[in-house]
Design a protein around this ligand. Structure first.
Ligand code: ADP
Ligand code: MG
Length: 478
């Protein structure tokens, strides 16, 4: 039997605010344990939470960015459960009336295809603290600094049909929250993580299969691997005559497998009820319009503009607009060089991104600036160096040898355009290979590549390729 995979993601993104969601405590990451724990967030008797307006604006901005309804009235609710990192015994979240509902986005499915993924809802909630096990002998510690930091939980419809689609969706959300500046999306610090709900059903059927939920995936690679593992596991269980149990599972990246953690809670286990300490959040039209007016150009719109304005390939525009700093880098380079804009795109996606990946750097820390790259591409455009030599120059720039012109000068890389100098080398090459010359003249014209290669070798790659070709063809056909 063949199986269809069904996935829905719940993404937790930490909002970049100075203070916590219901108190004035700082949200700076990495402080000494418990120095930012605040009595309000720990629910001490007699304290009262007050919602930080900043998070309302951020949630509204997200809602508008994904074409959702921003609720004119939303309500905070208590989700009751006991866990050591949640000392007040309940998490303040939103339940029946979340701030954002009925959104959507589009993911690329490759080869120019696009697919709509529904966003069921996005709600505001507070994060819990963290248990610490490392370095403590025989007991666990609790760090409550994270308790009360604001989260936006974004829940998708079960519209995703493969691990690849799930990753594409998660990347899109990541890109949107970073464009909006509402989250730094830092996955190592846990600021952007997801739970993947996974089920399978026989191809061609409509009813949803029983799902499992894989908790706390904090890298795109783990999302893909965990889902693929889980899909195989569920299919094996069913094909062996068993049943998939609805449960929460954990992904172990060392072993690349998921393991059962606990059976799944139902909503009624949490005894949700509206938080009596917090007022409903009311938003009016004018507020929404102010937020809408403040939205930046978003990734899809920017990609469409790049195609229209610069004439670059749609796939490349998608890659370049995945992050705002990368898109800015492209625009700054394109504005500063006379090279064709598709060439600029190719260099950024190829050489530059390769070098960044190799050194684990973000575009903001690039060792070659946009102005530097523009200068290099100008030297290719004006014929000073070939595209091939330009790659060596780029490497030298990357390792700090200086600017393009400086390196070309110091290393004597200027292309030989003087045709008498090239002609001399062409004559030598022809004289040195009589056998190949005879074959060429007998009709094996493919050998032109061999001769060009020889001339390039003899000139250290510096001869102008067009001039070499022309001279060779002329002399060989004599
Ligand atoms: P809960 O509140 O228990 O986490 P929800 O009904 O809110 O459950 O769903 C959570 C996520 O699980 C959503 O992203 C939803 O699309 C997804 N989901 C629900 N049912 C299935 C299923 N059978 N297979 C895959 N994903 C599912
Ligand atoms: Mg869930």
């Amino acid at each position: 039997m063949s199986w269809e995979v069904v996935i829905g993601l719940e993404i937790h993104t930490q909002l970049s605010t100075q203070s916590k969601i219901f108190s004035g405590a700082s949200t700076a990451y990495g402080a000494q344990p418990n120095t930012q724990a605040c009595l309000v967030d720990l629910g001490y008797p007699g304290v009262l939470p007050v919602v930080n307006e900043e998070v309302i604006r951020m949630a509204a901005a997200f809602g508008l960015a994904v074409n959702a309804t921003v609720a004119r009235r939303s309500v905070f609710a208590r989700k009751n459960y006991f866990y050591p990192d949640l000392p007040k015994g309940y998490q303040i979240s939103q339940y029946e009336l979340p701030i954002v509902e009925h959104g959507e986005l589009h993911i690329d499915t490759g080869e120019g295809g696009e697919k709509r993924i529904g966003i069921t809802r996005a709600h505001l909630e507070e994060d819990a603290g963290k248990s610490i096990h490392e370095g403590l002998d025989g007991f666990s510690g609790i760090d409550l600094n994270r308790a009360g930091t604001p989260l936006l939980e974004i829940v998708s419809e079960p519209d995703l049909r493969s691990a690849k689609e799930a990753v594409a969706y998660m990347r899109k959300i990541h890109s949107i929250v970073r464009y909006l500046g509402i989250s730094d999306g830092n996955m190592q610090e846990g600021s952007f993580r997801c739970d993947a709900n996974v089920s399978v059903r026989p191809q061609g059927t409509d009813a949803l299969g029983t799902r499992t939920e894989i908790k706390n995936l904090n890298s795109f690679r783990f999302v893909e691997k965990a889902i693929n593992y889980e899909v195989e596991r569920q299919i094996d269980v069913i094909e062996d005559g068993g049943e998939v149990l609805q449960e929460t599972r954990l992904y172990d990246s060392d072993r690349d497998e998921t393991r059962s953690m606990r059976s799944k809670e139902e909503a009624n286990d949490y005894r949700y009820f509206p938080d009596p300490d917090l007022l409903p959040v009311l938003i009016d039209e004018a507020y929404i319009e102010r937020v809408r007016a403040s939205l930046p150009e978003l990734p899809d719109a920017k990609a469409a503009r790049f195609v229209a304005e610069y004439g670059i390939k749609a796939d490349d525009a998608g890659i370049l607009t995945a992050s705002r700093p990368l898109a800015d880098y492209f625009e700054r380079t394109a504005a500063a060089t006379s090279a064709a804009q598709q060439v600029v795109a190719n260099w950024i996606i190829g050489e530059l991104s390769g070098a960044l990946n190799r050194d684990g750097l973000e575009i903001g820390d690039s060792r070659v600036t946009a102005a530097g790259l523009a200068e290099l591409l100008d030297r290719v455009a004006d014929g000073t160096i070939s595209g091939k030599i330009a790659k060596d120059v780029f490497d030298a720039m990357w390792s700090g040898e200086g600017g393009a012109d400086q390196i070309i000068e110091q290393r004597g890389l200027k292309q030989i355009t003087d045709s008498s100098a090239i002609e001399a080398v062409v004559d030598e090459v022809i004289a040195a290979h009589p056998g190949q010359v005879a074959e060429y003249r007998a009709g094996k014209t493919k050998l032109i590549g061999f001769f060009v290669g020889q001339v390039m070798k003899a000139t250290g790659g510096k001869a102008n390729p067009a001039a070499v070709n022309e001279l060779l063809r002329g002399k060989l056909s004599d």
